[in-house]
Design a protein around this ligand. Structure first.
Ligand SMILES: [Zn+2]
Ligand SMILES: [Zn+2]
Length: 283
């Protein structure tokens, strides 16, 4: 049936499926985003055609507007990291009535306007440098950029959840090989997050303990530092699933201080190496 719900227009929307209890983003703009990967073959994780890459230093004019850079001086062409708007955003920061539910639906699910933020963190000015090549100090700057942007977005009242994520390689879903991460700020809480909170609440009510603080089993431990541990989750859902857990009970990523970020790097770096070797030796 032809209707507004087929979303032939340009604005993104969020649809809630009453069967799966999931929110799904419908975003026509995403289909138009370019890729510099020739295929999803992991043997070619970093095609080096940087003359065409908008994320490379010198090609700033080909990107969507910048939000901030490190160092912060806009006139300094030698930036180390840039946070920009996504040119092909999944959600729109320009919608007027962000969370108004659309009325008169012919379908059983709920629909709201796709208001939100979708930003890109260009993690290094050089095309060929990947996260595993960077110094701990440089990786620390990336985490601090995530933290700063989350704190900026928190002031927008209709945003309910912020997700920071990174896809490495075409087979993970990345469309650009230049090292970058993304920040997605949503007007809803994803059901996977609500389920996690509910699960932890239930465990707490039964035992009086925080289930994440309880993860200390030696056989699950991969690495540890003064503030963090990395573990294989007891009920891992895919090979090489790893959780990085703060030692101190802490609810928010953006509450990390710089000392903790540096400490986290040690754990993350060794995690990175595990993935690197897994990729080479095809575990
Ligand atoms: Zn590049
Ligand atoms: Zn805890």
């Amino acid at each position: 049936m032809a209707s507004q719900h087929q979303n032939g227009g340009r604005s993104p929307e969020l649809r809630h499926d009453p069967v799966t209890n999931r929110w799904v983003i419908f975003s026509p703009a995403r289909a138009k985003r370019p890729t510099d990967f020739k295929s999803k073959n992991p043997q070619n994780p970093n095609p080096n055609n940087n003359s065409l890459c908008p994320f490379c230093i010198g090609n700033e004019h080909e990107c969507a507007p910048e939000i901030f850079r490190v160092p912060p001086d806009l006139n300094d062409p030698n930036w180390k990291l840039r946070v920009i708007e996504n040119l092909y955003p999944a959600l729109s920061r320009n919608l007027e009535c962000p969370c108004e539910e659309k009325q008169g639906m012919e379908f059983p699910g709920r629909v709201i306007g796709g208001f939100g933020f979708h930003d890109v963190v260009i993690e290094n000015p050089v095309h060929s440098v990947q996260l595993s090549d960077m110094e701990p100090r440089e990786i620390g700057e990336i985490f601090l950029a995530h933290k700063k942007r989350i704190q900026q977005i928190m002031s927008v009242q209709s945003i309910k959840y912020v997700q920071v994520f990174k896809n490495h390689g075409a087979s993970a879903g990345a469309s650009m090989s230049h090292s970058h991460s993304q920040i997605l700020a949503l007007p809803v809480i994803p059901s996977s997050v609500s389920a996690r909170l509910e699960g932890m609440k239930e465990y707490f009510e039964k035992t009086g303990k925080c289930s994440l603080c309880e993860v200390r089993a030696k056989e699950l431990l991969i690495d540890e530092s003064s503030h963090f541990i990395s573990v294989v989750p007891f009920a891992a859902t895919f090979p090489f699933e790893i959780w990085i857990i703060p030692r101190v009970h802490s609810s928010h990523f953006h509450e990390l201080d710089f000392e903790k970020v540096n400490s986290q790097l040690l754990v993350l770096l060794s995690t990175n190496r595990i993935f690197y070797f897994a990729q080479i030796f095809k575990f």
